[in-house]
Design a protein around this ligand. Structure first.
Ligand code: MN
Length: 502
């Protein structure tokens, strides 16, 4: 999915020459100890790389220039062990183009009450040194993550781990190529947007292809690869009778396998890690790709249906952030409501394309008519999703800016078996309740398509929005509609004042 072992986060300690060599040696030793400690933590998935203490404007600018051009460096953690006058940081911060996390920590956790003298005080000054550093970043309007606490605590390491994963996702977006197979579903608004603006803001390039580009690969599929993939379907899923060998729709499963192999070859040849399709532009493809898209998502590809390139890119970024974590992440759509006098729920699903990483148990491999698009019946994986905490995230283009909307939800057990519903689905209880959640979502312009994730939390997307410099609206346990409206209005003014060039 992603080569995490090569990636590095650089640990930068700030100081100054005022204190003399002895203190600076101690600063360096302490910083190395912290880096070693962080690298031993299981909460940190990315290697932290120690850098020499920076003490002058030149050293800071040179280091940040190196960080900018180093392919493996995906972010900077900065910490002021002592005071480090912050005008020295202006030149470096002006050129830094990698995400920055300000770790506001201290080498020792507790004050040594019996032995503390003025030397100790002068060595351990982050309490005020980091405030000077914070001022200059605020003065420069620089977005960054601030983590406060002792570096050995689980809480701090967990937060640093989350930020590390987010910068990994951010790094992925800088190289991401999204293939749009066919254009948008005709007349749909929310899946449109400014692809040039998106590339300037997030890094990913989004370009159009035709279904014939995929068909070329489908036609070149080798029989032995089809046989192998059919065997994999048979061992991984419960095949419905008509799809089993000798079944009257076995030919559709063979077609579906060919589409998967061809689509995969198209994506891999072009270096695409995310893609969209649309049922209105299938050309010679016999079925809308169902099981193919589902299994590609499970392998880490981003996907958006009906030309939804923003959701495709966001899904890929979140899959990279969640690499190796428990819980799945899928393309999703708010499909149908379950209103009851006591409580109301959302049934999330799509026509076909739900990722089996969120499946509970072994999926069923089934075939049914689609009802739209006029193609042959598509093969799909059908399953339920487990109960538990999850979130929905939607990235929209407001014309002058991008907005990320997040709703925290609790997945619950469906009220019945749904024996006649031939698509994967998940029932959730949106926070704080459906009334407030859907009112806020609709007022914010959130799409019907989302990324649904059991793996990441809102904090990931908060860090992501700060790195990208985009607006974030969160709908959670504390949301109330009146305050939410005020937030939307305030943001309208804020982004009008501060966001240019989009
Ligand atoms: Mn849709």
């Amino acid at each position: 999915m992603v080569n995490i072992a090569q990636k590095q986060i650089w640990f930068v300690t700030g100081s100054q020459h005022l204190y003399g060599e002895e203190v600076l040696q101690q600063v360096a030793d302490n910083s190395k100890n912290i880096v070693n400690g962080l690298n031993e933590s299981s909460l940190l998935p990315i290697k932290i790389v120690y850098q020499e203490t920076v003490k002058t404007s030149d050293e800071i600018a040179e280091l940040f220039q190196e960080a900018n051009s180093n392919k493996n460096c995906i972010g900077i953690v900065a910490w002021m062990h002592t005071f480090s006058p912050a005008k020295m940081w202006i030149r470096g911060l002006n050129i830094l183009n990698k995400p920055l996390c300000h770790l506001h920590t201290q080498f020792n956790a507790e004050i040594p009450w019996q032995t503390m003298n003025m030397d100790f005080m002068n060595l351990n000054q982050s309490a005020h040194g980091d405030r000077e550093f914070g001022f200059i970043m605020t003065r420069m309007r620089k977005k960054r993550k601030v983590i406060v606490g002792h570096w050995q605590s689980d809480r701090v390491q967990k937060k640093l781990g989350i930020w590390s994963r987010v910068v990994l996702g951010w790094d992925e977006l800088q190289h991401l190529k999204v293939a749009r197979i066919g254009d948008n579903m005709r007349e749909v608004a929310v899946t449109e947007g400014d692809k040039v603006g998106a590339q300037m803001r997030f890094g990913m390039s989004v370009n159009g292809y035709d279904s014939s580009d995929v068909v070329k690969h489908v036609n070149a599929v080798k029989e032995e690869d089809v046989t192998k993939l059919l065997a994999e379907y048979e061992s991984s899923y419960n095949l419905t009778n008509s799809l089993k060998e000798g079944g009257n729709q076995r030919g559709s499963l063979v077609d579906a396998a060919k589409i998967e192999i061809g689509l995969r070859a198209f994506l891999d040849e072009g270096g695409f890690k995310a893609f969209t399709d649309t049922f209105e532009n299938l050309g010679e493809l016999k079925q809308l790709p169902g099981i193919a898209v589902q299994r590609l998502m499970a392998n880490g590809y981003g996907f958006g249906a009906e030309g939804d390139w923003k959701t495709a890119a966001l899904l890929r970024a979140i899959k990279v952030m969640a690499h190796g974590m428990e819980g799945g992440t899928s393309f999703m759509e708010d499909y149908t409501y379950h209103f009851t006098p006591q409580k109301s729920y959302v049934l999330g699903s799509h026509m076909l394309e739900i990722c089996p990483t969120i499946a509970e148990g072994k999926p069923t491999c089934d075939i049914h008519p689609l009802g739209i698009g006029g193609k042959e019946d598509p093969v799909r994986l059908v399953f339920n999703s487990p109960e538990g905490a999850a979130l929905n995230a939607s990235l929209i283009d407001l014309g002058n800016r991008f907005r990320l909307i997040v709703n925290e939800v609790e997945a619950v057990k469906p009220g019945g078996e749904l024996p006649n519903l031939p698509v994967a689905r998940v029932l959730w209880d949106p926070k704080p309740d459906l009334d407030i959640a859907a009112t806020s979502w609709i007022l914010s312009g959130g799409a019907h398509h989302t990324v649904y994730s059991q793996a990441i939390t809102t904090e990931f997307l908060e860090d992501f929005a700060d790195i990208a410099g985009i607006e974030l609206l969160v709908i959670d346990e504390k949301t109330n509609v009146r305050d939410f409206k005020d937030r939307i209005n305030a943001n309208e003014a804020y982004y009008h004042l501060f966001q240019h060039g989009m």
